[in-house]
Ligand binder design. Structure first.
Ligand SMILES: Cc1cc2nc3c(=O)[nH]c(=O)nc-3n(C[C@H](O)[C@H](O)[C@H](O)COP(=O)(O)O)c2cc1C
Length: 183
């Protein structure tokens, strides 16, 4: 319940490099198809590197009037999940499982974050000098959340788009349990 996608943070609250390592250790112990463990990680808790990652990410596509977190509300850390193509060419859902383990661990530590799949991959590869055998799968933005997120129900036939209200609370519609359990 507490682990929501957070996109605005207290950027002045740093994340220790050791904390990012601790979170990747949860991913390390997570399930992996055929136990191949093909994922690799790049970590950043450094403001200069963070600033080079941020422009490659696309935030909250449904919020057309919002350009993403502003100065001082950007993530204080990132975990980039990479697929090692020297191990396998197909990563299945390993990176989703790893990302969820990381976010659940972050929530336990009083942090929060957002999985970002909408990435300017070539730009990020160039800026961070990511070797070509490592496929860029997901970026996890992390920080001390600076926003409230409220779960709503998706009404029948209605929209799945999240929205922000006049108090800047982020609302996320979820389909009801009886709709998704089909038998
Ligand atoms: C695989 C994946 C990719 C996502 N990519 C993005 C993204 O590129 N940008 C973004 O702002 N949110 C992204 N999200 C966050 C979703 O928008 C979010 O999970 C959804 O709105 C539901 O909110 P919740 O995570 O709080 O339940 C992604 C989530 C997943 C699982």
């Amino acid at each position: 319940m507490k682990n929501r996608s957070y996109r605005r943070f207290y950027e002045n609250v740093p994340i220790e490099h050791g904390t990012l390592r601790q979170l990747v250790d949860l991913a390390r112990l997570s399930g992996s198809a055929a136990n191949l463990q093909p994922l690799k990680y790049m970590l950043s808790s450094d403001s200069v590197i963070n600033a080079s990652i941020f422009p490659s990410l696309r935030w909250a596509g449904y919020l057309k009037d919002w350009d993403g977190p502003g100065v001082e509300e950007r993530p204080s850390g990132y975990i980039i999940i990479l697929g090692d193509q020297n191990i396998t060419k197909s990563f299945g859902c390993d990176h989703g499982i790893a990302a969820q383990s990381i976010l659940l661990g972050a929530t336990e530590l009083g942090l929060g974050g957002c999985m970002i799949g909408s990435i300017q991959r070539e730009e990020l590869r160039r800026d961070l000098e990511i070797p070509t055998h490592l496929e860029i799968l997901l970026v996890i933005a992390l920080g001390k959340p600076r926003e409230s997120v409220k779960i709503e129900f998706v009404g029948q036939g209605s929209d799945v788009k999240y929205w922000r209200d006049e108090h800047d609370i982020h609302h996320v519609p979820k389909r009801p349990l009886d709709e998704i359990i089909i038998s």
